[in-house]
Write a protein that binds this ligand. Structure first.
Ligand code: MN
Ligand code: MN
Length: 465
């Protein structure tokens, strides 16, 4: 362990400092525009296509040097740079998730109560519900109609857009409420979004709702039944912002886990741009994997537990003329992976939850967690020290700042990621990520230096592992 301050800001020269700030600004724009998993997938595919990536489904033969992507249901995505070595020797995988905690609209969300129309929600992921009231909210997502059309919705983030919100009791009448425990001060069924209040003239009953129906037809050509087949996410409205008088931090929605997903995608984009004289990537195939549903257990067709990635590897081998079940298994087991997800940044306001030797700090680079889990490491992928020894060397040789940490004190809590799921294939995988304050709050905070070190670390992993 280094004794002097190993704060990454101290090592930057003027040029690198500019690069740190530029990368943070790119990322700031990305998370300000992409607030759902679908929006992230769309944006990354758009960039991939511009860089020459092709949809695997549209390609008959795959060879070394090809740049490919595979998306599933618009919510999970794999990017590939096919290397010169056979796929069965394994891949170098960067993985992160692109879903974030939020409130989803229920299937039957709309109702009128005393001339206010509200939307009923069901929260997604672990949230402190009291943090989500009295702040401006936006609604992003899709409404799928019976005729097969998919209506994209995004209200609350464009200039001039209205915003939405969940109300809270005024302090003057909050005496009883404030006696409640934190986890029930605001309860799940209280997270109802204020949607409208203007009645339609001439309507005797539910006149505000009548007006809402009229507006929905006019703006989206939908009726209330169409909410049955919709995926609408209520998220904080507004852009991510620079934070601190030195602008060293970023406050934004969805850092968990887009602050790992974005640099992972950028790493695979940038690695082939570094040396355009050698269009074929020498070595093992590179992969960037962006998955959905991590916040609710990596379940379903678009979560890490899905067979999507394994199936895609089989498709890849098939298009190489190499398919066999054994080769799929070898390709998976021989892979190495950085499973990136955010870590808890030390918070001077709440020092008691951490054990300082094993705590992540802002500005000290990418955080490695040999294990996550809770209590006795339950639910954790406990990475092999042989593997982490190699990573340490790669990072040190590339002068990338990193730190190691646990998520809080033993017995304080804990959490899981996608690492153990990939570990099931027998591959070497370790948890790492960017340190975050206010994790799962509407506005989370990261250090720009850590974001930049993550990118540099991912690039070093692709180059040297
Ligand atoms: Mn999370
Ligand atoms: Mn996460």
């Amino acid at each position: 362990m280094k004794e002097e301050s190993n704060n990454a800001w101290l090592k930057y020269d003027r040029k690198t400092l500019a690069a740190v700030m530029d990368f943070a600004e790119e990322y700031r724009k990305f998370i300000s525009a992409c607030k759902t998993e679908r929006e992230c997938v769309d944006a990354v595919i758009a960039k991939a296509k511009a860089l020459g990536y092709k949809d695997i489904a549209s390609v008959k033969k795959v060879k070394a040097g090809d740049k490919l992507y595979a998306a599933h249901m618009g919510k999970t995505l794999a990017l590939f740079v096919v290397g010169s070595e056979p796929l069965e020797t394994g891949m170098k995988i960067l993985g992160a998730h692109i879903d974030s905690p939020r409130m989803d609209l229920k299937q039957v969300p709309v109702y009128e109560d005393n001339e206010i129309v509200l939307l009923d929600t069901h929260y997604y992921g672990g949230i402190k519900k009291y943090q989500w009231v009295t702040i401006p909210l936006a609604i992003h997502g899709v409404i799928c109609k019976k005729d097969g059309t998919v209506v994209k919705v995004s209200v609350g983030d464009e200039p001039g857009d209205p915003v939405f919100g969940v109300s809270d009791l005024l302090i003057h009448l909050g005496a009883d409420q404030l006696q409640k425990k934190g986890n029930v001060v605001i309860e799940g069924e209280d997270l109802n979004v204020t949607f409208a209040s203007m009645p339609l003239k001439g309507e005797k009953k539910d006149a505000v709702l009548a007006n809402v129906k009229k507006l929905l037809v006019k703006k989206y050509k939908i009726d209330l039944d169409d909410f049955l087949s919709a995926e609408l996410e209520v998220v904080p409205a507004g852009e991510a912002r620079d934070m601190g008088i030195d602008s060293s931090l970023l406050m934004g929605y969805g850092h968990d886990d887009r602050c790992c997903a974005y640099p992972s995608a950028e790493a695979i984009f940038r690695i082939t741009e570094e040396n355009t004289n050698a269009p074929v990537w020498k070595g093992r195939t590179l992969v960037c994997l962006l998955v959905d549903k991590e916040e609710i257990g990596s379940v379903g067709a678009t979560g890490m537990h899905s067979k999507f990635f394994e199936n895609t590897v089989a498709e890849l081998l098939d298009r190489m003329g190499e398919y066999s079940e054994l080769k799929v298994r070898r390709a998976m087991q021989n892979s190495v992976m950085l499973s990136s997800d955010v870590s808890a940044a030390f918070d001077p306001n709440y020092p008691s939850v951490n054990e300082k030797k094993n705590t992540a700090f802002f500005g000290k680079g990418l955080v490695f967690n040999k294990y996550t889990g809770s209590r006795g490491k339950s639910g954790s992928n406990d990475a092999n020290p042989e593997f982490f020894a190699k990573i340490r060397k790669v990072f040190d040789d590339a002068n990338v700042s990193f730190q190691t940490a646990e998520l809080g004190k033993v017995d304080q809590g804990g959490g899981g990621t996608i690492a153990y799921i990939m570990g099931n294939y027998g591959m070497n995988v370790i948890d790492c990520g960017v340190a975050v304050q206010n994790m799962h709050a509407p506005w989370e905070v990261i250090s720009k230096a850590d974001l930049y070190e993550a990118l540099q670390g991912y690039l070093a992993f692709y180059r040297e592992m």
